[in-house]
Design a protein around this ligand. Structure first.
Ligand code: IPM
Ligand code: MN
Length: 362
């Protein structure tokens, strides 16, 4: 088994280093190879996703990814911006199924901006389709408008599109995931306005017939955005398209009060996966040693469970993280009165220490 380590930019290098430390202490048999991605790769090779990095990611069983991006690249041509590395990896590896759990840890209930009773015990799994929709739909571009409100004016356009098989496969992923959880899928669409999402709704409904044990409901995306803050515990598995999933997953993450805690996985049809924290590169705190490494450490646990077939090792990491939180250690993002503030490295060390104590291994 081989893991490609792509730390990226900003806090990416600091948090990935902690996850690698945790993986090393588990003493498992796999090879790790590191490569540049994002702005760091652009600086060194002139491209955010160099051929060599893409090749490594393709031949690896799993990719552990940090984060990419920095304001200083905002003026580059779009194909050279760090974000293109993320999109390029998703497209080239066919990573269509994106899992974004939003779990509110008991110890962190008070960190949420919502009332404690609304979020205590919250456990939502957002499944976002990741290789289609308006993100990748062609045609797109700029041109002179021939019609519309201002013929002759400069205009830009993107194309929202989904094919039946694309919807079918992500729907199956969602129903299968729900079977292992609370057997409830909410499919989020905009079928009242968009043809693309009428097809989405029709296909998800059809696939749902193969899963009579799973409750399926449909929700318009605007209502879903509202229900997420009104009664978040209504949701179990949420399945939606690429753009709605982008937006709703940030909203859901913040319900837990701690985007610095949330891992994510992006899988392709052969089970190969890219694992990354749900948060970004946070250039404002990069290099200061204060970033929370737990989302990346938990992403490594997801990687062990989903792709590397090491559920025991994954469980050890997850229990160690809970243990560390219970002991009161907090990075700045999750700090509250009465807890102990620690930096990135100390947090990683604490997880390593918890893993190596017999209490956690059993
Ligand atoms: C995400 C990010 C990306 C997206 C960007 C960086 C391209 O926001 O993973 O949610 O929009 O998908
Ligand atoms: Mn996003």
């Amino acid at each position: 088994m081989k893991i490609a380590i792509l730390p990226g930019d900003g806090i990416g290098t600091e948090i990935v280093a902690e996850a690698v430390k945790v993986l090393n202490v588990l003493d498992l048999k796999f090879e790790m190879e590191t490569a540049l991605v994002g702005g760091a790769a652009y600086e060194a090779h002139g491209h955010p996703l160099p051929e060599s990095t893409l090749k490594l990611a393709k031949e690896a069983d799993a990719v552990l990814f940090g984060a990419v991006g920095d304001w200083k690249y905002d003026k580059l041509d779009r194909p050279l911006r760090p974000e293109q590395a993320v999109l390029g990896l998703r497209k080239n590896l066919g990573l269509f199924a994106n899992f974004r759990p939003a779990i509110c840890y008991d110890e962190l209930v008070s960190a949420s901006s919502l009332k404690p009773e609304l979020v205590a015990g919250l456990d939502i799994l957002i499944i976002r389709e990741l290789t289609g929709d308006i993100y990748f739909g062609q045609p797109r571009g700029r041109r002179t408008a021939l019609d519309g409100h201002f013929p002759g004016a400069e205009e830009a356009f993107d194309t929202m599109r989904y094919s039946r098989p694309e919807i079918e496969r992500i729907a199956r992923v969602a129903f299968e995931a729900a079977r292992k959880r609370n057997k409830h899928v909410t499919s989020v669409d905009k079928a009242n306005v968009l043809e693309t999402f009428q097809l989405w709704k029709d296909v998800v409904t059809e696939v749902g017939k193969d899963y009579p044990d799973v409750t399926l409901d449909h929700m318009y995306v605007d209502n879903a955005a509202m229900q997420l803050v009104k009664q978040p515990k209504f949701f179990d598995v949420v399945v939606t398209g690429n753009m709605f999933g982008d937006i709703l997953s940030d909203e859901a993450a913040m319900l837990t009060g701690s985007i610095g805690m949330l891992p994510s996985a992006s899988l392709n049809a052969s089970g190969q996966g890219l694992y990354e924290p749900s948060h970004g590169s946070a250039p404002d705190i990069a290099g200061k040693g204060v970033a929370n490494p737990l989302a990346t450490i938990l992403s490594a646990a997801m990687m062990l469970r989903f792709t590397l077939n090491q559920p025991d090792a994954a469980g050890r990491i997850e229990r160690a993280v809970k243990h560390v939180l219970a002991s009161g250690l907090r990075t700045g993002d999750i700090w509250s009165e009465g807890s102990t503030r620690v930096g990135t490295r100390e947090m990683g060390d604490a997880v390593v220490a918890a893993i190596t104590t017999t209490k956690i291994t059993k």
